[in-house]
Write a protein that binds this ligand. Structure first.
Ligand SMILES: Cc1cc2nc3c(=O)[nH]c(=O)nc-3n(C[C@H](O)[C@H](O)[C@H](O)COP(=O)(O)OP(=O)(O)OC[C@H]3O[C@@H](n4cnc5c(N)ncnc54)[C@H](O)[C@@H]3O)c2cc1C
Length: 273
């Protein structure tokens, strides 16, 4: 039986270039390039591998601002069949509870699904809450840090492995179920030009606002978010001296380095001052 799979992908600021507003403690998102959360590309790869092997249909969902359509186009370029962007000002300011509730309701609206796949965590907030919370809202079983998914067709089960330090756990997951994929467990495939063109021409992407989902405004966005960030403390800034030893002699360089470290109180020589 072909599998109907939903994959959650988050559109995140490319964290190598993100900075934090020291006054408000929030991420400065303006002008920051965004990407699909790298761990979610591994989740997409897991979904596509299942589809390659057993047949099926993969839908990617993302709750994000309108620009995230580019992220959905990217995963459609990898082979995902369709994308759903959940986007509305009413969803803004959501903590993980409101985010997971909205995603779960969107998955319920998609309806006929066998498996939900999420990434391990995101690179911007990295709470790793969403998978467990979505499973809980949907009242379906959940396995975290999964690798090597295998569909047992005659029993309609998913065989899932978890690699621990000294052992491998093997589970049979009753479907419908949800798995979060272990980071670095696979290499996401490349975008193909044919698929990318399909994304642009056929536009297999739908946008759902709260008109379509019809969720209680008290359960979504900032109003549905009990989490309050009380205070953000920044590490004290330590100015760097950036002294460079330029002469080429390694012995002299080592002597110079030791002297500098002793002078700065960073190194004590036994028997020295
Ligand atoms: C008080 C508060 C206010 C916040 N306000 C904002 C805000 O205004 N804007 C903002 O961007 N963030 C905001 N956040 C952060 C936001 O709550 C989280 O980014 C979001 O809930 C997802 O959590 P995470 O990134 O830790 O995901 P994780 O739990 O680390 O993600 C696990 C997996 O879940 C899936 N997933 C996660 N998020 C999504 C998504 N949006 N769509 C589809 N799949 C997803 C992915 O597969 C991902 O790999 C706020 C947080 C708090 C506490």
């Amino acid at each position: 039986m072909p599998l109907k799979i939903v994959v959650g992908i988050k559109w995140v600021p490319n964290t190598t270039s993100v900075s934090i507003d020291e006054k408000t403690g929030t991420l400065i998102r303006e002008g920051v390039p965004s990407v699909v959360n790298p761990h979610d590309l591994i989740a997409v790869e897991a979904a596509l591998k299942l589809k390659d092997r057993y047949g099926g249909h993969v839908t990617a969902i993302s709750m994000a601002p309108p620009q995230a359509i580019l992220g959905l186009e990217h995963v459609i370029g990898m082979g995902v069949d369709e994308g759903i962007l959940i986007s509305d000002r009413a969803f803004a300011g959501a903590d993980t509870l409101a985010t997971s509730y909205t995603l779960a309701k969107a998955i319920e609206k998609i309806g006929d699904y066998d498996l939900v796949i999420m990434g391990h965590e995101t690179i911007d907030s990295s709470t790793a809450h969403i998978g467990a919370q979505v499973a809980s809202w949907l009242d379906i079983p959940y396995i975290y840090y999964a690798v090597n998914l295998e569909y047992i067709e005659d029993k309609h089960l998913l065989r899932v492995r978890r690699i621990l330090e000294d052992s491998i756990e093997i589970y049979n997951l009753r479907l419908p179920g949800l798995v979060s994929i272990a980071m670095h467990s696979d290499v996401p495939r490349r975008v193909s030009l044919t698929n990318k063109l399909r994304a642009r021409i056929e536009k297999p992407i739908r946008v759902w606002s709260n008109k379509e989902l019809d969720l209680d405004p008290n359960c979504i966005g900032l109003r549905g978010s009990p989490t309050v960030v009380a205070k953000v403390e920044f590490m004290p800034k330590v100015p760097r001296k950036q002294e460079v030893y330029k002469d080429g002699d390694p012995k002299e360089a080592a002597k110079w380095l030791v002297e500098r470290l002793v002078k700065e109180g960073l190194l004590k020589i036994p028997g020295g001052e």
